[in-house]
Design a binder for this molecule. Structure first.
Ligand code: DGJ
Length: 729
């Protein structure tokens, strides 16, 4: 049993293999206080950490200073309006306009095993793997109830958090903010680590000191976004990949979010995470409930590296569902950078023919195969095959590709509508827009109001009909603009604040339908590159396109940031042509292959046109993928050197769970004069084991390789990569 309630002390203790989380109930008001999160404790008598005896401080003994208590007590789920002036987790507005709320403990339930929340992506685990604690709290005045939900994943050291709000009162209530998790702690000279970026530069790691005031990372773009990521880790100052304490939160959600850390007057910190309150109101009728999305919490006492490996294991075991999750993905070739909109059946078959001879296993037809889509100005919504381009139809093309021994995949952007489309001409009202205001275009397109069932059904059927028409085994689901002009013709005025969240729920519903109807489909999510690379989408697709930037050197940084939280098995990564279409850089074909190896692996180029020496390298690269992918997909990830930090070279490794095999990728980005070799200390090996480096006769102990390291000869030239493969002797 990983959750225990100590009746006498009124303490909940939640244990995973290496961590403990503790909550206490205090005072006559039965406030829920956060006591502890950190390294595993055997002793549960930790109530003294709540500081309630220091004054006497609790309202029952010192009610004249109730506000002082509320404003300093480490709250488990703080409410708005009654005297806690720090960031609250929940705020409401009653029909008469009042906003105060106070939640007191009522009862609790402990169960074994966890299922996902209905309609929302969320983690799952068997009775052996996890336990669930639900604490019911109530506000006596409004009758509003909140169930604080905790999933305790013993095997992977993760605690999930969420809250379900129920209106048990007599009249409707508006929820104006519902975060999913809060963590109140003393500041330990924390640094806040987060991921920032833009289109083609997603998930760059940033670390800033936590000082007084509030620091937040957020999106109000209707998706998790290129710009910010629903993640924050607080790490103790100067903590590294291997050292220091880390407290991390990651949001299993794909829409507007906010994660914030606040340092207060007492040097306490409060970290909160949830749906962004801006533009959000949810009307809760009497008897209705609202389920907030899930937060994944990780504590590591061994730096950021351990945190990453914990998230990776958790997502691989308890979030991703696809039948591909533990399988090699077919090596694909995508025609986007190869042809953009200029393609037809003949061209695609020519690419497939050449690709199949080189060992590539799937052709993916990207944007431009439907309606009058000859550029990105038109036709989104017109999901019927353009037979001028695809002579003989889609089935003919798919069959021809299959005859070459290759699978076939296709691109969709089902959430969108172009003003120049048959769909828009017949249903202009299907686009999200504020009545009376011309909606803003982005990539010359609008977003469909998928919160309307008829629109959602139409969009789904378009995709499903195409998939039913031929042997299509992969879908790239793209989304190329962010939401604006939030207005829906169907929602009443007092529910308009629900549109953002309802939109995300609608996307989830469509993707759930898709994977239920086509259970063998390999789904890859994408959003103008990696703007919706989040755990929410991972619940539906085992892989997500990382970025439109396929330059090997830019990818080092993007993939480092992505791998900080996500397993390599989830990262869509391709070898593309040079000069690179985004940055114009020319890198060796070989290095491009090494870098793409860290992800799902594929090609994004016209294989009939690239230089012969590059083409000749493809069979070798495909063989390399087959040789290493099991290790890359399932192993433990170690970040050894960061090009983003040192500006010269990059190095990371993947070590098998049994520590019998390891693969390290080294990329010398910029050469340096008079610097002949570089000492690299490997990580993750078993010190007592003996390893042989492939291609060498000597053997080395893990201890030697980790403590003393290996010498990597400085390659001649820039952008040179190499793989170091170790196998136990
Ligand atoms: C954005 C994606 O990230 C690209 O790979 C490509 O599919 C384009 N959209 C097509 O419009």
């Amino acid at each position: 049993m990983s959750i225990t309630f100590h009746e006498k002390e009124q303490i909940f203790k939640l244990d995973t293999k290496n961590t403990t989380y503790a909550i206490g109930i205090v005072d006559e008001d039965k406030f829920l206080g956060h006591i502890y999160y950190g390294a595993r404790l055997d002793d549960y008598r930790i109530g003294y950490l709540m500081r309630i005896s220091e004054n006497p401080f609790v309202p029952s003994e010192n009610n004249r200073d109730r506000v002082s208590f509320l404003d300093s007590f480490a709250m488990e789920y703080p409410t708005h309006g009654l005297g806690d002036y720090r960031e609250s987790c929940i705020s409401i507005r009653t029909l008469n306009g009042n906003m105060g709320l106070s939640l007191s403990y009522v009862s609790h339930k402990i169960t074994e095993g966890k299922t996902s929340f209905e309609g929302l992506p969320s983690s799952f685990g068997s009775r052996e793997e996890c336990s669930v604690l639900e604490i019911l709290c109530e506000d006596k005045v409004t009758g509003l109830q909140a169930v604080l939900q905790y999933g305790v994943f013993d095997d992977v050291d993760v605690i999930t958090r969420s809250v379900k709000v129920m209106n048990n009162g007599q009249e409707a209530v508006y929820l104006t903010k519902v975060y999913s998790a809060c963590l109140d702690m003393d500041n330990q000279d924390f640094e806040a680590v987060s991921l920032h970026g833009s289109w083609a530069r997603e998930r760059q790691i940033q670390s800033v000191p936590v000082s007084h005031g509030k620091y937040s990372v957020e999106s109000i773009r209707g998706e998790s976004s290129h710009q910010d990521h629903p993640f924050m880790a607080l790490k103790t100052k100067n903590g590294t990949q291997e050292t220091g304490e880390v407290y991390a939160m990651h949001f299993v959600y794909s829409g507007n979010f906010k994660v914030q850390v606040q340092s207060d007057q007492f040097d306490q910190v409060r970290m909160v995470m949830g749906i962004h309150p801006e533009g959000f109101t949810w009307k809760l009728e009497k008897g209705e409930a609202f389920q907030a999305p899930e937060v994944v919490m990780v504590y590591s006492g061994e730096g950021l590296g351990k945190m990453s490996r914990t998230f990776h294991d958790f997502y691989r075991k308890h979030l991703i569902r696809s039948e591909y999750k533990d399988k090699k993905r077919p090596v694909l070739i995508n025609n986007w950078e190869a042809t953009y909109f200029e393609f037809d059946t003949e061209k695609l078959i020519a690419i497939a023919r050449e690709a199949s001879q080189l060992g590539i296993e799937m052709l993916v037809m990207d944007d431009g195969w439907f309606g009058s889509r000859c550029d990105d100005n038109r036709a989104l919504g017109d999901w019927y095959v353009n037979e001028d381009k695809l002579k003989g139809g889609l089935k003919y093309l798919v069959d021809e590709v299959n005859k070459l021994g290759m699978k076939f995949g296709i691109w969709f952007e089902p959430e969108m509508i172009s003003p120049d489309s048959d769909l828009y001409r017949s249903h202009p009202d299907w686009a999200i827009a504020i009545p009376g205001r011309k909606a803003s275009l982005c990539r010359n397109q609008y977003v469909l109001d998928l919160t309307r069932k008829e629109v959602r059904d139409y969009a789904y059927e378009c995709v499903a009909k195409i998939l039913r028409s031929a042997n299509i085994e992969y879908v790239k689901w793209d989304m190329n603009r962010q939401l604006s002009d939030l207005g829906s013709l169907e929602l009443p005025a007092d529910r308009m604040g629900e549109l953002y969240h309802r939109y995300v729920l609608a996307v989830y519903e469509m993707q759930e339908r898709l994977i239920q109807e086509f259970p063998h489909l390999l789904l890859e999510n994408c959003s103008g590159g990696g703007a919706r690379f989040d755990p929410g989408m991972l619940y539906y697709s085992p892989q997500i396109w990382c970025s439109d930037d396929t330059d090997a050197i830019e990818r080092l940084k993007i993939q480092e940031g992505t791998a900080l939280i996500y397993p390599l098995s989830a990262m869509g990564a391709h070898v593309s042509d040079c000069p690179n279409h985004t940055v114009g850089r020319v890198t060796p074909f070989e290095t491009r292959g090494y870098v793409a190896l860290a992800g799902t692996f594929g090609y994004e180029l016209d294989v009939t046109k690239i230089p012969e020496e590059d083409r000749n390298m493809i069979p070798e690269q495909v063989a390399m993928y087959h040789k290493y992918n099991d290790l890359v997909r399932e192993g433990d990830y170690y970040r050894i050197a960061s090009y983003a930090e040192n500006h010269y070279f990059d190095c990371y490794g993947v070590v098998s769970k049994d520590k019998k095999e390891a693969l390290y990728t080294f990329v010398q980005v910029l050469n340096r004069p008079n610097c002949h070799s570089r000492r690299i200390k490997l990580q993750g090996l078993a010190p007592e084991k003996t390893y042989r480096i492939e291609g060498e006769d000597n053997t080395y102990t893990g201890e030697l390789l980790m403590k003393a390291g290996i010498n990597i000869q400085n390659p001649w030239g820039d952008f040179k990569g190499q793989l170091i493969h170790l196998v136990e002797e």
